[in-house]
Design a protein around this ligand. Structure first.
Ligand SMILES: Nc1ncnc2c1ncn2[C@@H]1O[C@H](COP(=O)(O)OP(=O)(O)O)[C@@H](O)[C@H]1O
Ligand SMILES: [Mg+2]
Length: 483
């Protein structure tokens, strides 16, 4: 039987004597089971199909709202049934889905209640605890203390099903101190953690959650990797918030979420923000249909409330630039490499020749993902000898090239041209030199450089006097030269 942390969210019903499950409860339970089994959230089509099945609609009826054939929708339904049947321990079909889910829930609730000893407070929800708030207005989860970073909150509600497990975690002491200072002491409302894919944004956010969650009423982790539109994102948040009471029915979904952020101290982590930005454009350009996320960041940054939204992104939303500043409640931090702490990663891989590690770490700029990939190669090819690997200079590694390729495909054409121009020069180049090489206008070049800078792809060596010059990390240079 699966053991995952969403089970307890189905408990309050039984604990308060209300055994009936609504459509939304069936839907949430089934989607959580699928997530726990497959590690993937339901996509838009699967959600619609599941809802349709639960409402006992015919496949032809469900297919009407989609540009898919009835047969395709039926296949999607069959796949859902296959996954659910495995967990529910019986053959599930359209007619018995609700009943099977109900049976599963009851047996799991009994199981969990036994494990949790009824009044125990889990890190998830207050199982069978004090009576649940019934007011339509958000009601703080039995936490009477004034929000204060020194007051731990015993009844924190966690929704971390989306957060990966990152262990072990090394270094980043300074960054963690800065982020905690911003979030807890200075009560920043919007904090962006930026940096290249693999630099450790998710990892540091997980660490922050571990270290700070007792200072919040709600800690919620959401990844945008499946590109939910804003309305889906907000209604999903409201679903979680409203487990403790009813959702305020005033205003649109965004106002309702803001109401929760005002009434409670919430830490909302939004990971993988870059997936809602479009490829082939300059950094921070939203995909069609996703521009309204801008309003969310703006409201969270500008309006008064008690919560913090922590954004992880390869490149920042443009709005952050205007909202962030030393004296403003929005900040951003850009992660660079791990430095010497990256040695711990190499140690975990059992690499030899520790005197050469510093060279390896510098070459790969202390980037944990790059180093993990290279460490695997060193282990597989050179029995773990870093010295032997270094003898070959920068040996191209297909796994690393694949990762970089994914990122470079997202760049605009102009950015790609600028990178090629930089790689074509032996020395770092200035904006003026780039202009001569590419015969392009200053405006275009300036914007392309700014975009590359926002994507953390440029280095600006200090050793070249007053004029700002641009170069690339050796890994990127090598990748582009091979390309
Ligand atoms: N400080 C760290 N200590 C140990 N491993 C780390 C650290 N930061 C990142 N990693 C590892 O590096 C990889 C990439 O990190 P991740 O947080 O996913 O990067 P990002 O979110 O920036 O794409 C993961 O395997 C992660 O566990
Ligand atoms: Mg990440």
């Amino acid at each position: 039987m699966l053991n995952y942390n969403i089970k307890s969210q189905y408990l309050p019903d039984i604990c308060t004597g209300d055994e009936s499950m609504e459509l939304e409860d069936f839907f949430n339970l089934a989607s959580d089971i699928v997530y726990a089994k497959t590690g993937k959230h339901l996509n838009d089509l699967q959600q619609v199909v599941l809802r349709g099945i639960l409402q006992r609609h015919k496949y032809s009826q469900i297919a009407r709202d989609f540009p898919y054939s009835e047969g395709y929708v039926r296949d999607v339904g069959a796949e859902l049934f296959r996954i659910l049947s495995e967990e529910l321990g019986e053959k599930v079909n359209k007619t018995n889905l609700r009943a099977s889910l109900e049976r599963w829930r009851v047996s799991n609730v009994l199981h969990v209640c036994k494990d949790f000893n009824i009044n125990h407070i889990s890190g998830d929800v207050n199982i069978c605890g004090d009576s649940l708030p019934s007011s339509a207005v958000p009601h703080p989860p039995s936490n009477e203390q004034t929000p204060n970073q020194d007051n731990p909150r015993p009844n924190v509600r966690l929704d971390l099903a989306d957060a990966p497990d990152v262990s072990p975690f090394y270094g980043r002491t300074e960054e963690l101190t800065t982020l905690k200072q911003w979030i807890l002491q200075e009560r920043c409302r919007l904090v962006a953690v930026l940096g290249m894919t693999g630099i450790g944004k998710t990892a540091i956010a997980v660490q922050l959650v571990k270290q700070m969650s007792d200072k919040f009423d709600y800690v919620i982790w959401r990844s945008l990797r499946n590109c939910p539109v804003l309305e889906t994102f907000l209604s999903n948040l409201l679903q979680f918030f409203s487990q403790d009471g009813e959702t305020p029915d005033r205003g649109d979904r965004l106002s309702q979420v803001m109401e929760y952020l005002r009434s409670y101290r919430c830490l909302l982590v939004v990971d993988d923000l870059q997936t809602i930005f479009s490829s082939g454009q300059l950094a921070g350009h939203y995909k069609d249909g996703y521009e309204d996320y801008r309003t969310l960041w703006e409201q969270v940054g500008e309006l008064s409330h008690n919560s913090c939204l922590l954004l992880n992104s390869w490149s920042p939303p443009r709005e952050i630039a205007s909202l962030a500043g030393e004296n403003l409640p929005a900040r951003s931090i850009r992660l660079s490499g791990l430095g010497a702490a990256a040695g711990e990663i190499l140690r975990d891989f059992g690499l030899a020749d520790s005197t050469e590690w510093e060279t390896l770490i510098n070459t790969y700029r202390g980037d944990p993902l790059w180093l993990k990939i290279i460490a695997t190669m060193i282990k597989d090819l050179f029995k773990g000898s870093v010295a032997e690997f270094c003898n070959y200079g920068m040996l191209p590694c297909v796994d690393l090239q694949d990762r970089l390729e994914q990122q470079f495909r997202r760049l605009s054409q102009l950015e790609q041209q600028v990178l090629s121009a930089i790689v074509g020069q032996a020395e770092p180049v200035s904006l003026a030199q780039l202009r001569t090489i590419l015969q392009s206008s200053l405006e275009y070049l300036g914007n392309a450089l700014l975009s590359l800078e926002r994507r953390s792809l440029l280095e600006k060596p200090e050793t070249y006097g007053k004029e700002t010059v641009f170069s690339l990390a050796p890994v990127l240079r090598e990748y582009l030269q091979n390309k």
